[in-house]
Design a protein around this ligand. Structure first.
Ligand code: HEC
Ligand code: HEC
Ligand code: HEC
Ligand code: HEC
Ligand code: HEC
Ligand code: HEC
Ligand code: HEC
Length: 323
C-alpha cells in the first residue's frame, strides 16, 4: 500500500525528445522530404544559415533615420556621430523563402530583434516589421528589445521543443527549425517501444494553428491578417459550408510544406466540379490573391473568396454568418 501511494505521487516522467536523427532509420522517406522543407530551415545559428555569405552590406551602410548600420557577415555594426555599437549575429529566423531576421543576445535578460532583415528575392536588407517609428537613439534604431518570455515565444515556433536560457541569457534549443517533434511532440517512447504518436488525422489542423495563427496583436491590423492562415481560411465560404472537410492538409503536405504553384486547381476542383461556362485559369491567382503587408513580406490570402481590386485583403462578397 505504502509503495503504491509513493508511486502515485512520483510524477510521470515526461516523454522525452528523441531528435529527428532518430526517425530516419525507419521513416527515411518522410525524413528526406522534410529535410528540404522551409520548416526544417526556419531557424539556424546565423553563421550556419545557407544564406550566411550574403549577410553583408559591403561598403554601403544602411541608413535609418540618420543612424547607419553595416552587416559584416558575422556581426552588425550601428553608429551615429558619437556612438557605435557592435552586435554579434546569433540567430537567423526564416528559411529565406521570404525573409531572414536576426536575433542577438544583449545580456542575461534581453535579446534584440534587429531592425534590418535580409530579403533574398530583393537581394538586400530592408526594414524588419513592427519596428519603432522615428527612433530617438542608436539603441532604439538597432531594433526591438525582447525579454525572455518574448524571446522564448519566437523560439517556440521556430525550433522544436521549448527554448531554455543559460545563466548568461543565451538560448539553448533542442533542435533548430520545425523538425519532426515540433509537430509530433516528444517521441522517445515511440522510438523505444512504438508508442502511438499524434496527431490524430482529425486533429491535425490544430497542430498547424499552434504556429500559423501568429500575427501578434500589434501586427493584427487587417493587412497582417494574411499571416493568420487558419483564421483567414475559416472565414471562407469554402470552409464554412464544407462541413469540416477543408483543412490545411487538403492543399499542403505537412512533410514537404512546399507551396507548389501548380497543382492547386485540382484541389479546388475536388469540390468545385461545375463552374460557370468559360470560368477557368489559375484559381488561386484570383481567389487567394497575394498581398504584401510590408515590402518583402508576401502572402497568399487564405480567405478564399471573390476579390475586387488587386491588393484588397477582404473579399467583395462575404458570408453573413461567418465572423
Ligand atoms: C524503430 C523504427 C521507428 C523509429 C526509430 C521511428 N518510428 Fe515512427 N513508426 C514506426 C512504425 C513501425 C510505425 C507504424 C506505422 C506504420 O505502419 O508505418 C510508425 C508510425 C509513426 C507515425 C504514425 C502514427 C502512429 O503512431 O502510428 C508517426 C507520426 C511516426 N511514426 C513518427 C515518428 C517520429 C517523429 C520518429 C522520430 C522521433 C519516429 N517515428 C521514429 C517505426 C519507427
Ligand atoms: C512549430 C511551429 C509550426 C508548426 C506546428 C507548423 N508550422 Fe508551418 N511554418 C512554421 C514556420 C516558422 C514557417 C516558416 C518557414 C520559413 O522560414 O520559410 C512555416 C512555413 C510553412 C509553410 C510555407 C512553406 C514554404 O515553402 O514557404 C507552409 C505551407 C506551412 N508552414 C504549413 C504548415 C502546415 C500544413 C502545418 C501543420 C501540419 C504546419 N505548417 C505546422 C512553423 C510551424
Ligand atoms: C506563434 C508562432 C510564431 C512566433 C511566436 C514567431 N513566429 Fe516567425 N514565423 C511563424 C510562422 C508560422 C512563419 C511562416 C509563415 C508566415 O509568416 O505566415 C514565420 C515566419 C517568420 C520569418 C520569415 C518570413 C516569413 O513570413 O516566412 C521570420 C524572419 C520570422 N518568422 C521571425 C520571427 C521572429 C524574430 C520572432 C520573434 C520576435 C517570430 N518569428 C515569432 C511563426 C511564429
Ligand atoms: C509541420 C508539421 C509536421 C512535421 C514537421 C512532421 N510531420 Fe509527420 N505528420 C504531420 C501530420 C499533420 C500528419 C498526419 C497527416 C494527416 O493528417 O493526413 C503526419 C503524419 C506522419 C506519419 C504517418 C504517415 C503519414 O504520412 O501520414 C509519419 C510516419 C510521420 N508523420 C513522420 C514524420 C517524420 C519522421 C518527421 C520528421 C522528418 C515528420 N513527420 C515531421 C505533421 C508533421
Ligand atoms: C472541401 C471543399 C472545397 C474546396 C477544396 C474548395 N472549396 Fe470553394 N467552396 C466550397 C463550398 C461548399 C462553397 C460554398 C458554395 C455555396 O455557397 O454554394 C465554396 C465557395 C467558393 C467560392 C464563393 C465564395 C463566396 O464568398 O461566395 C469561391 C470563389 C470558391 N469557393 C473558390 C475556391 C477555390 C479557388 C478553391 C481552391 C483554392 C476552393 N474554392 C476550394 C467548398 C470547397
Ligand atoms: C484551398 C487550398 C489551401 C488550403 C486549404 C490551405 N492553403 Fe496554405 N497555401 C495555399 C496556396 C495556393 C498558397 C500559395 C502558394 C504559392 O504562393 O505558390 C499557400 C501558401 C501557404 C503558406 C506560405 C505563405 C503564404 O501565405 O503564401 C503558408 C504558411 C500556408 N499556406 C499555410 C497554411 C495553413 C497553416 C493552412 C491551414 C490553416 C493552409 N495553408 C491551408 C493553399 C491552401
Ligand atoms: C481571372 C480571375 C478568376 C480565375 C482565374 C478564377 N475565377 Fe472563379 N470567379 C472569379 C470572379 C470575378 C467570380 C465572381 C463572378 C460572379 O459573381 O459572377 C468568380 C466566382 C467563382 C465561384 C463562385 C461561383 C458562384 O456563382 O457563386 C467559384 C466557386 C469559383 N469562382 C471557383 C473558381 C475555380 C475553382 C477556379 C479555377 C478553376 C476559378 N474560380 C478561377 C474570378 C476568377
Amino acid at each position: 500500500m505504502r509503495l503504491l501511494l509513493l508511486a502515485a505521487t512520483v510524477p510521470l516522467a515526461a516523454a522525452d525528445w528523441a531528435g529527428s536523427g532518430a526517425c530516419r532509420k525507419c521513416h527515411a522517406t518522410h525524413s528526406d522530404k522534410h529535410s528540404a522543407s522551409a520548416h526544417a530551415l526556419a531557424l539556424r545559428p546565423a553563421l550556419e544559415h545557407p544564406l550566411a555569405p550574403l549577410f553583408r552590406t559591403g561598403d554601403k551602410p544602411l541608413l535609418r533615420d540618420g543612424f547607419l548600420f553595416a552587416f559584416t557577415g558575422d556581426a552588425a555594426e550601428g553608429y551615429d556621430r558619437e556612438n557605435q555599437v557592435e552586435l554579434p549575429l546569433d540567430w537567423a529566423f526564416g528559411s529565406g523563402k521570404r525573409a531572414v531576421s536576426f536575433v542577438s543576445r544583449l545580456n542575461s535578460e534581453w535579446h534584440l530583434e534587429h531592425s534590418f532583415s535580409y530579403y533574398p528575392a530583393a537581394k538586400r536588407f530592408l526594414a524588419s516589421p513592427g519596428q519603432t517609428a522615428r527612433p530617438a537613439s542608436l539603441k532604439e534604431a538597432s531594433g526591438l528589445l525582447r525579454d525572455q518570455s518574448e524571446t522564448a515565444r519566437c523560439f517556440g515556433c521556430h525550433a522544436s521543443g521549448p527554448a531554455r536560457f543559460a545563466a548568461d541569457g543565451s538560448v539553448e534549443v533542442r533542435e533548430a527549425g520545425v523538425q519532426c517533434e515540433g509537430c509530433h511532440g516528444p517521441a522517445s517512447d515511440h522510438v523505444a517501444r512504438k508508442a502511438k504518436l499524434g496527431p490524430r488525422k482529425k486533429a491535425s489542423g490544430e497542430v498547424c494553428a499552434r504556429c500559423h495563427d501568429q500575427a501578434p496583436p500589434r501586427e493584427n491590423a487587417e493587412a497582417w491578417m494574411v499571416r493568420n492562415q487558419r483564421a483567414s481560411l475559416e472565414k471562407s465560404a469554402c470552409f464554412a459550408k464544407s462541413k469540416g472537410k477543408l483543412g490545411c492538409m487538403t492543399c499542403h503536405d505537412p512533410h514537404s510544406a512546399g507551396v507548389a504553384a501548380a497543382g492547386f486547381n485540382a484541389k479546388c476542383g475536388s469540390c468545385h466540379k461545375k463552374l460557370p461556362a468559360g470560368h477557368g485559369g489559375n484559381c488561386v491567382e484570383c481567389h487567394m490573391p497575394r498581398s504584401s503587408p510590408q515590402p518583402g513580406w508576401i502572402y497568399s490570402n487564405h480567405w478564399i473568396g471573390v476579390y475586387g481590386e488587386a491588393g484588397k485583403s477582404v473579399p467583395v462578397r462575404r458570408l453573413k454568418k461567418v465572423p
